[in-house]
Ligand binder design. Structure first.
Ligand SMILES: NC(=O)c1ccc[n+]([C@@H]2O[C@H](COP(=O)([O-])OP(=O)(O)OC[C@H]3O[C@@H](n4cnc5c(N)ncnc54)[C@H](OP(=O)(O)O)[C@@H]3O)[C@@H](O)[C@H]2O)c1
Length: 343
């Protein structure tokens, strides 16, 4: 192991949409192993919408903002290269909040949940452990299967339907016997979720009138809404909810990449429709990890759930990938390969 630790650090906070010049690449010092920790060499980092919240001045609400000059906080997967923790032995493939850096320390104490490293499920590749069997898969599974629990015949709407989380959430609802309507940003994404993932329909929110299309596609109203977008789109769906509707607030993509909050106008519909809207964080459901990863792995192996990941070489590519994430110019989870030897 070298004495240096290549990192991408936050150079300045974005004002409005994030740009690549908010970040700098530098060679930092390798962290020293401490009691109860393991030293992880990063293989891949995933480019997640949450990063945009973590680098804003207000942070994400559940974690403080990344400081100027600090490595950017990020989900990653790596291999343990030194360990002072028997739960995280040398050679284990581990997912954690590695940050945008080559080396990081992880632990196993759930009193500090955001420092915990999770050993990859048996048989999973590092890439799968990071994405489909990691944060994205866990979010889709816990949100849809454990919280919303769609029933056969119910009408489920999923926003950001072609995203890593949204695409899996919609497929899980389909497997539960629900009718699934996606909302996504391009004709190609809509075609993918309908033709390949088996959604019943998909609305292109950039070119179609979402309110009109929801009326047409969900004549009895929206019974379940897995929302990754928030803002105006959430407001539009609220106008179409059915009595007793369940809404999961999973993400807020429409307002993540900026400083403007959106004021909901149609929230009184929750009262008149006796509906419920619940905030969600995957970390609260991590006890489901063994069940979720086993079930997702079975569905993926059988082809019942399909996924896509785009891997781009180099830690240095991470800032440009974050900018791309908010342009919508990608299909599937964006991942940067940090270790050039990672398979
Ligand atoms: N609550 C939790 O614990 C938790 C955990 C993980 C992820 N999440 C949430 O899950 C959601 C999906 O994450 P992911 O990692 O699966 O994303 P992803 O695969 O990286 O896809 C992101 C997609 O978001 C869409 N998007 C970007 N800007 C947008 C905007 N202004 N308005 C509407 N859509 C926009 C784009 O698709 P289009 O072309 O369709 O716009 C883009 O392809 C995010 O909201 C994320 O925060 C929540």
């Amino acid at each position: 192991m070298g004495a240096t630790n290549r990192q991408v650090v936050l150079a300045r906070r974005p004002e409005g949409p994030v740009t690549a010049d908010c970040f700098e690449v530098r060679d930092g010092a390798a962290p020293e192993l401490t009691e109860g920790k393991a030293l992880l060499r990063t293989r891949y980092v995933s480019i997640d919408p949450a990063i945009r919240g973590w680098i804003s001045p207000r942070g994400s609400g559940y974690l403080p903002p990344v400081g100027i000059g600090e490595p950017v906080r990020s989900n990653g997967v790596g291999v343990v290269v030194e360990s002072a923790n028997p739960d995280l032995p040398v050679g284990a493939v581990v997912t954690a909040l590695t940050g945008w850096q080559e080396l990081s320390l992880v632990g196993s104490d759930w009193a500090e949940p955001f420092t915990v490293g999770t050993i990859a499920p048996d048989g999973a590749t590092a890439l799968d452990a990071l994405t489909t069997l990691g944060q994205s898969g866990m979010t889709a599974y816990a949100g849809m299967h454990a919280v919303l629990r769609p029933q056969p015949g119910e009408t489920v709407v999923v926003s950001s339907a072609a995203s890593s989380v949204g695409s899996m959430a919609g497929q899980i609802a389909r497997l539960a016997g629900a009718r699934v309507v996606g909302i996504a940003g391009t004709p190609a994404k809509c075609a993918w979720v309908v033709d390949e993932l088996g959604f019943d329909a998909c609305i292109d929110y950039r070119t179609e009138d979402v309110a009109d299309r929801l009326k047409e596609l969900c004549p009895g109203g929206v019974q379940v809404f897995f929302d990754n977008v928030g803002g105006e789109l959430l407001d539009t769906v609220l106008r179409r909810i059915a009595p007793g509707a369940r809404i999961l607030l999973c993400g807020s993509l429409s307002t993540d990449d900026g400083d403007e909050a959106y004021r909901l106008r149609n929230y009184p519909r929750l009262m008149s429709r006796r509906a419920s809207m619940v905030g969600f964080n995957t970390i609260d459901h991590w006890d489901l990890y063994p069940e979720a990863t086993a079930q997702l792995a079975r569905w993926i192996a059988s082809g019942e759930v399909r996924t896509r990941t785009e891997v781009v070489d180099g830690l240095d590519a991470a800032p440009e990938l974050l900018v791309r994430l908010f342009s919508g110019d990608h299909l599937g989870k964006l991942v940067a390969r940090v270790d050039p030897d990672a398979p």
